[in-house]
Design a protein around this ligand. Structure first.
Ligand SMILES: Nc1ncnc2c1ncn2[C@@H]1O[C@H](COP(=O)(O)OP(=O)(O)O)[C@@H](O)[C@H]1O
Ligand SMILES: [Mg+2]
Length: 342
């Protein structure tokens, strides 16, 4: 395997400290993704330089010119604090003709927008929840018979930012209140979607042209509160104690009824292609009791820490963590050459 010079791009506050090595170090929680990737790259024998990025694009150019990395390992999820700016950074890498890991700018742009992505998927008859958009700065007019219950989210956010139990709304006053919350507190357009009751599944996909769907994960709600909607709220996603208290668990999918896994696999590959995704991604789905599959959203560049869904699914498919990280490099290099991964 060729040794590469790898320029890691990370959020300015997430450059792992040099002396961070002990897995039990309390700082590990903050830096774990960056630390995991860096360590894996070093284990693979690559040379690594880490660039902490806030709003300075010039430092990327300088490193590219001086050090001539073979590839950028892109862990950025925002630029200057704006998550929707991430695709401009990747566009800049494209313009410098530097290979990079993860999704191309077009895929980032299409998939990030929870309304636009559903329009594209809906056009191609992929099952997505019905939705309405409430643009920020525009008055909420008269509503045309919304079908409750709905879930209200920020149009461009991710990581369940702005999603709590009160995102689930059953009537018009609740809907208006939550839309106003998204406008004022999250400072984004709001999208209100038909609430889909069902099992929550996650499919990780690797690939540019030829795609591989890794073993499915599920967010299981083992002790749900009576009548409470089951959602991956901000607390569910980021608070382990909360998950323990409510019996919420990330696990591998056990059995799926009649050919469910194959149907999901085909569907996820279609979604990935329709949204022009590349590198690696994760599709969030719901499977209803009646067997209908809905696509909730597609995530380009999902979390790849050692203990997160993507890496766990990769491990289950026989790809240990270092090999998983190498695969992401290979895909980045192949995309740049417009070739199939070797
Ligand atoms: N239409 C929906 N029906 C049911 N649950 C939903 C719906 N949309 C979102 N959710 C719940 O909220 C979670 C986060 O929503 P998602 O659109 O994936 O946003 P994020 O980008 O923050 O992950 C989902 O994982 C799911 O549990
Ligand atoms: Mg999601």
């Amino acid at each position: 395997m060729k040794k590469l010079r790898v320029m890691m791009l990370v959020h300015w506050s997430l450059v792992p400290p040099e002396d961070l090595r002990d897995p039990k170090d309390p700082r590990m929680e903050k830096y774990h993704t960056e630390y995991d990737v860096k360590t894996a790259l070093e284990t693979l024998g690559h040379e690594v330089r880490i660039l902490g990025i806030h709003d300075d694009i010039a430092s990327i150019r300088k490193t590219v010119e001086e050090w001539q990395p073979h590839i950028a390992f892109n862990l950025l999820e925002d630029f200057a604090g704006v998550s929707a700016f991430d695709y401009y950074v990747v566009s800049f890498l494209e313009m410098m003709r530097l290979p990079y890991t993860g999704c191309n700018p077009r895929g980032l742009l299409l998939a990030r927008d929870k309304a636009l992505s559903k329009k594209i998927l809906g056009y191609h008859r992929v099952n997505v929840p019905d939705f309405m958009v409430f643009a920020r700065g525009r008055k909420i007019g008269r509503l045309r018979r919304p079908k409750f219950p709905l879930i209200v989210k920020a149009r461009m956010e991710e990581g369940s930012v702005g999603i709590a139990q009160s995102s689930y709304v059953e009537n018009e006053p609740q809907l208006r209140e939550r839309v106003a919350f998204i406008h004022e507190k999250i400072k984004d357009d709001a999208i209100a979607e038909q609430y889909i009751e069902g099992r929550e599944l996650y499919a990780t996909i690797l690939g540019n042209i030829k795609l591989e769907v890794l073993p499915l994960r599920e967010l299981a709600f083992n002790k749900p509160e009576a009548g409470a909607p089951r959602m991956a709220t901000y607390k569910v996603k980021w608070d382990e104690k909360y998950r323990e208290r409510w019996g919420v668990e990330y696990q591998f999918v056990r059995a799926l009824p009649n050919g469910g896994a194959e149907r999901i696999e085909r569907l996820c590959k279609r979604v990935y292609r329709l949204l022009d995704m590349s590198g690696y991604g994760r599709i969030d789905l719901r499977l209803t009791a009646a067997g209908a599959i809905y696509v909730l959203e597609a995530n380009p560049n999902p979390g790849i820490a050692r203990d997160e869904d993507c890496a766990l699914s990769a491990a289950k498919a026989g790809l240990d963590y270092a090999n998983f990280i190498q695969r992401l490099l290979n895909l980045g290099l192949a995309a740049h050459q417009g070739q199939e991964e070797s």
